[in-house]
Design a protein around this ligand. Structure first.
Ligand code: AMP
Ligand code: ZN
Length: 465
């Protein structure tokens, strides 16, 4: 089946055509490990995980590299401010190495909690100083970089076109350029490839330009090329990376070998909190551990994120998490009910299931349309016949969803699907003040071994012992 991805490079949905039909090569910009990853960061990781899973659903093998930024990412995404790692080390009274190790471990714990696969290659910036330095030297040799008293800069005026991905207005920016940090820069958009280290700088390496350290953008160009080659298939990241980091990666690659490093550039939109930005000052920065502390399995957040297309803004609310928690339970209950189901499937039933599978496949192949794909997951979960074949279909869908649909939460007494449906019907009856129907359903639930009580919190269920 054809597979389409929205490509930031062409600004349209493109038919996916990998360089090597057997193995898709992907590069994802990974975390800067100076602080806890938020559930916003995790949204981007969930999108990347779905991408991997969808490629595999389409029978592709994957070679996926993700970097860990442990040097060079300054407080502003441009060339200003302190290195984020050093700032954090100073504030937490630790060494940059301790900071990097601590937050890298937490990051991978979060991925595990969300059942997000670890890419085949995870590469740290500080392990690739040699490759970065060679890359910068090549850019200097090719005439795309120049030295100032503070740094080695990329000269964007040497490119035929800049920017390529975004709509930055270079000419206007030039005209109205604010005072530059480094007045020796030739063009306002020139960016630092390599930065000369001040006297007491903690992270620095020997180079032809003295003790210095890499800029942020060079690490992804150097590691991408090392592990995936000069040109690979897909490059991913959050939407904020388009105008600086990814634009500059393309510039670097153009300067080094005249190529755009990836054919497809995919970007995930932001997670909002109650309609606005997540920020420390508003006290609304949530981590995976906050979701856990509220008593939810972190995977609930993953399911929640499927309510919105990855290219649209998603608004986080605890009500949304509560609803997703119920959905996760229902999907898992349906899976168990089908596993034990004894209804036989007719030829027509099987055809219906095949059609649902085809629709699911079409939805995920249409630029990872998870909200639409979920509607077919629900159609399967609500299939009128209960049969292990239906459970098998849900298992197949879960290779994309990654919600551990076969997981049985031993701490929770399973409420059978049938009882849940009766409770749902009773809830509707009560909302409609249909007391006779409500009592009738209560008796039916009792016949099936459960007692239902009405409380302020709603219907409470207990097993007849
Ligand atoms: P940061 O730690 O802020 O540098 O973020 C790392 C990456 O996570 C960013 O480049 C974004 O791609 C992504 N990211 C940060 N905040 C959000 C958010 N609220 N929603 C989605 N992705 C985000
Ligand atoms: Zn990157």
């Amino acid at each position: 089946m054809d597979l389409y991805f929205y490509n930031t490079l062409t600004k349209k949905k493109d038919l996916f055509n990998p360089i090597d039909t057997k193995e898709v090569k992907i590069y994802s910009c990974g975390p800067t490990v100076y602080k806890n990853a938020t559930i916003g960061n995790m949204r981007t990781n969930i999108f990347q995980d779905v991408l991997r899973r969808v490629l595999r659903y389409n029978d592709y093998k994957i070679k996926h590299a993700m970097n860990i930024t442990d040097v060079g990412h300054l407080v502003s995404d441009g060339d200003e401010g302190e290195d984020k790692m050093l700032k954090s080390a100073r504030e937490e009274h630790k060494t940059p190495l301790e900071i990097a190790e601590y937050y890298t471990n937490l990051f991978f714990e979060d991925l595990k909690e969300l059942n997000i696969e670890t890419p085949e290659i995870v590469c740290k910036a500080t392990d690739h100083i040699k490759e970065m330095l060679e890359y910068v030297q090549k850019l200097v040799e090719n005439g795309y970089a120049y030295e100032t008293s503070t740094a080695i800069y990329f000269d964007i005026s040497k490119l035929e076109k800049y920017p390529i991905l975004s709509n930055l207005d270079v000419e206007n920016q030039k005209a109205g350029a604010r005072v530059e940090v480094d007045p020796e820069k030739k063009n306002p958009q020139d960016f630092a490839l390599w930065i000369k280290a001040p006297e007491n700088h903690l992270m620095k390496w020997d180079s032809p330009w003295g003790a210095s350290y890499p800029g942020w953008h060079i690490e992804c160009s150097a590691m991408g090329q090392k592990y995936l080659g000069e040109q690979f298939d897909i490059h991913t990241g959050g939407i904020d990376l388009i105008p600086t980091h990814h634009e500059n990666e393309i510039a670097q690659s153009n300067g080094r070998c005249g190529k755009i490093p990836a054919n497809y550039w995919m970007h995930g939109e932001y997670l909002l909190i109650n309609g606005g930005k997540m920020s420390k000052s508003l006290g609304n920065v949530y981590l995976v551990k906050d979701i856990k502390e509220k008593g939810y399995e972190p995977i609930v957040y993953k399911l929640f994120s499927y309510s919105c297309h990855y290219r649209n803004k998603l608004n986080f609310t605890w009500e949304g998490i509560e609803a997703s928690s119920k959905s996760l339970e229902r999907l898992r209950n349906s899976y168990q009910a089908n596993l034990k189901g004894e209804d036989s499937l007719t030829h027509i039933d099987k055809e219906k299931l095949n059609k649902i599978e085809e629709n699911f496949h079409k939805a995920i192949n249409d630029d990872l349309n998870m909200p639409l794909a979920m509607s077919f997951v629900w159609e399967t979960a609500r299939f009128e016949k209960k049969n292990p074949e239906v459970a098998k279909m849900l298992e197949k869908f879960d290779t994309v969803l990654g919600i551990k649909i076969d997981y049985i939460n031993k701490d929770k007494k399973e409420v059978p699907q049938e009882i849940q449906e009766l409770l749902e019907q009773r809830k509707v009856a009560r909302e409609n003040k249909d007391w006779a129907k409500s009592d009738e359903l209560r008796d039916l639930i009792k016949e099936k071994g459960y007692i239902v009580k009405d409380t302020k919190e709603g219907q409470m269920l207990s097993l007849i012992m």
